[in-house]
Design a binder for this molecule. Structure first.
Ligand code: ADP
Length: 490
């Protein structure tokens, strides 16, 4: 199929969050699965600096937006089987930060309008345009608006993926005609209207052919007010076209058998030791070496016999840190070590900082963002704690499992879809989970996990192996999206 993927950021060109990872990996996986794929992103200042020598000028056009005619240049680049397009307008995109400007609505209104206007200039006319988050939410609306007069775009289908429903592109009613160039009917019939304002995200949800959320459980949760930030009734009304597709992980980059960033590789085929004997157990030996390195690096007592519990997270309330704080001393009573990597709300940072003094040699904290330390924790810890209040997909639990660290998670969003609870009687599962958002339930499963570590190493190792065996590849996600594309085009 011919797919155009539209996003406001994509790795390796520009990144502020998880959307960039998806837009940087999924298109390649879709191309590998046999599709023709184009991606379109804004030509930000940061893209220019790094990649400008490789860009080819394609054309320039004037984009009509309300009463204005705005310059729009188009550049392209071929990369890993995908054609990348960059939309150029220095007034809108030559700025230091990607978002957070007073005119973000106008900037991404222009970007969305430009995508539709540029369709005849691309290598092919897509069968599906796959849009992501509010910055491209007007694409399905403009497409519907245009198809009345423009037969060439009439058959194009649209998929809209919700990565973060909190940001909706909400602006005053007066922007509809003046800024976005849409007829009053779009507001009057409620398509793009929400609580008296223009709501771009609502517009996309109403008119696109399929809505996807970044995990099946999140797709269910989005029908509830707690998760939907006011759009629950819109999602309930459109539930028939709502799907959940789990994000993937770059399995080649994050591979414990080859990763040069960790102390000892593990998990591959058995290797011959120096004396010619086959070393069967690369996981146990590899994890032990990585753990020793982590304990030294973080100033913990070097002790191979105690479980290390890790947290790698933004320290914000929806990550469930209030649960951790309320039973922290009981967790530390369990003869374990505890490592925290992250930064965020001052109350959590201060809490963990204060606890350092009580648990010298048993607890460590790194305040800030540190990718190399994150990898050392994934490789060296035994357990990773993620008690999130909400988690659309979650990457850390997948990373942990890939590196044989057993996750302890709350059953929400993508955590529920990727971590399956350990069943002592059958040995099934790949981690530990709890459902209710309360510290007692969390403490109960942490105790279970630590108990298994001490008293049943064979079962604990089986859990490590089960996590490592999970397929979190983008190929699996691409297959799920392919099925949705086929369905809406049939
Ligand atoms: P979210 O996108 O809500 O922050 P995810 O679990 O989906 O949560 O993704 C977080 C990603 O960022 C993970 O890959 C995790 O390893 C990484 N990460 C989070 N905090 C830090 C940090 N302080 N240093 C390094 N990496 C971090």
């Amino acid at each position: 199929m011919k797919i155009l993927f539209a996003a406001s950021e994509a790795v390796p060109f520009c990144k502020t969050g998880g959307l960039a990872d998806v837009a940087g990996s999924l298109p390649q996986a879709l191309a590998k699965a046999g599709n023709e794929v184009e991606v379109i992103v804004p030509l930000y200042q940061c893209v220019m600096d790094k990649w400008k020598e490789q860009l080819t000028f394609v054309c320039h056009i004037e984009v009509p937006l309300g009463w204005r005619r705005i310059y729009c240049g188009l550049f392209s680049l071929e990369r890993e089987g995908v054609t990348w397009y960059f939309v150029d307008n220095e007034y809108y995109f030559k700025r230091a930060a990607l978002y957070g400007h007073y005119d973000d609505g106008e900037r991404f209104g222009f970007f969305s309008r430009a995508i539709v206007a540029l369709l005849p200039s691309l290598a092919f006319m897509p069968e599906v345009i796959h849009c992501n988050d509010w910055q491209t939410a007007l694409v399905p609306v403009y497409l519907k608006d245009e198809c009345v007069r423009w037969s060439a775009v009439r058959s194009i289908k649209t998929v809209f993926t919700i990565h973060n429903i909190e940001y909706q592109g909400r602006y005053g009613k007066e922007t509809l005609e003046d800024l976005f160039g849409l007829a009053p009917g779009w507001f009057a019939d409620g398509t793009i209207a929400m609580d008296g304002d223009v709501n771009m995200l609502k517009g996309a949800l109403m008119v696109c052919d399929a809505i996807t959320a970044v995990s099946p459980t999140y797709a269910q949760e989005l029908r509830q007010p707690f998760f939907a930030h006011g759009l629950e009734s819109v999602l309930q009304r459109n539930a028939g076209k709502l799907y959940g597709v789990l994000n993937g992980l770059d399995m080649a980059r994050y591979d414990p058998t080859t990763d040069k960033g960790i102390t000892a590789n593990f998990g591959g085929a058995p290797v011959k030791s120096g004396k010619g004997a086959v070393q069967e157990d690369t996981i146990t030996a590899g994890k032990a070496k990585n753990k020793e390195h982590l304990q030294q690096e973080m100033g913990l007592d070097v002790n191979p016999g105690v479980p290390v519990i890790g947290i790698i997270s933004r320290l914000v309330s929806h990550k469930g840190l209030d649960l951790v704080c309320s039973v922290f001393d009981q967790i530390m009573d369990l003869n374990c070590q505890f490592v925290v990597l992250g930064s965020g709300d001052w109350n959590y940072e201060r809490f963990f900082e204060e606890k350092l003094g009580f648990y010298k040699g048993r607890m460590a904290l790194y305040r800030g963002y540190n990718e190399s330390l994150a990898m050392d924790i994934y490789a060296g810890a035994d357990l990773l704690l993620m008690p999130s209040r909400s988690e659309p997909c979650g990457l850390a639990q997948m990373m942990a499992m890939r590196y044989a660290t057993v996750p302890i998670v709350r059953e929400t969003g993508g955590l529920k879809d990727t971590v399956h609870p350990y069943e002592a009687w059958s040995g099934a599962g790949n981690g530990f989970t709890f459902a209710g958002y309360n510290s007692g339930d969390m403490l109960y499963v942490i105790r279970q996990a630590v108990d298994l570590y001490f008293n049943n190493p064979t079962a604990f190792k089986q859990l490590r192996k089960a996590g490592m065996a999970e397929d979190f590849s983008w190929g699996r996600s691409a297959e799920a999206y392919n099925e949705i594309y086929r369905k809406i085009c049939s």
